[in-house]
Design a protein around this ligand. Structure first.
Ligand SMILES: [Zn+2]
Ligand SMILES: [Zn+2]
Length: 240
């Protein structure tokens, strides 16, 4: 391992609230504590995904304590991109969250629009200060102008996620696109986050494939915004 440690924060985890994941936030936090992961982003899918939570889920996140089993729990969302600069939760609710991640997903009303329109929609969202992370930009079902996206990431400070599951479990055909994104991020020095995208507690903090790829491409440790508890807090503008 070329880096000093594993990332201390996992900013992409799903609970049973997503409708197709299998653990509670309590089970996830307990497993995170066992593995030495100090922060988890509870980023259930936005209401636009079939089977996803109602907007009330996001309004009620204030019931979740900031710390469970000593692990900082971020009240977050993996919001669905619906159009140019448009997400599937009201700005008022998004503003209350600790972590807003946005991504393209199938069956949410934004399918098959082509590379140029996908890129336009994403670049517009990256202009929003509340959107801190772009989830799995290497998804082959939503082609993008990767150089334009990485240049935008550098300009706005929006981190691009290197999604561990894209290399082993989800979104078949992602790996080549992810490598191209990683190469560009290394070249330009853009911020990245590593996420497990775990859909069960046992997957929290699993970054091995993504870590190997970013290290091999020469991503500097300082580019990884979730490398430590403190760097993740600073990146999100939160206090401990
Ligand atoms: Zn996703
Ligand atoms: Zn996800």
């Amino acid at each position: 391992m070329l880096y000093p440690s594993n990332p201390q924060a996992d900013l992409h985890v799903h609970t049973v609230a997503s409708g197709h994941a299998y653990s509670t936030i309590g089970e996830i936090a307990q497993e995170a504590a066992r593995k030495g992961v100090r922060m988890v982003g509870m980023t259930d899918h936005g209401p636009g995904l079939p089977g996803g939570p109602h907007p009330y889920h996001f309004a009620a996140l204030r019931f979740v304590p900031e710390y469970l089993y000593g692990v900082r729990v971020l009240r977050g969302i993996e919001a669905n991109i619906l159009g140019i600069g448009q997400l599937d939760l009201d700005d008022g609710l998004l503003e209350r969250l600790d972590l807003v991640m946005a991504g393209f997903h199938e069956e949410c009303g934004f399918d098959e629009r082509g590379r140029d329109e996908n890129t336009r929609a994403l670049l517009a969202l990256m202009e929003k200060p509340k959107v801190k992370v772009i989830a799995h930009p290497g998804n082959p079902n939503f082609p993008l102008d990767y150089r334009a996206v990485v240049e935008k990431s550098l300009a706005t400070g929006t981190a691009l996620e290197i999604n561990n599951s894209s290399f082993c479990i989800s979104r078949r055909g992602s790996a080549g696109n992810c490598r191209e994104i990683i190469r560009l991020c290394a070249e330009l020095g853009a911020p990245v986050t590593l996420g497990s995208d775990a859909h069960i507690a046992q997957g929290v903090g699993e970054f091995d494939d993504a870590l190997l790829e970013v290290a091999a491409a020469g991503i500097r440790w300082e580019q990884v915004v979730n490398r430590t508890f403190e760097s993740a807090l600073a990146f999100l503008g939160l206090s401990g």
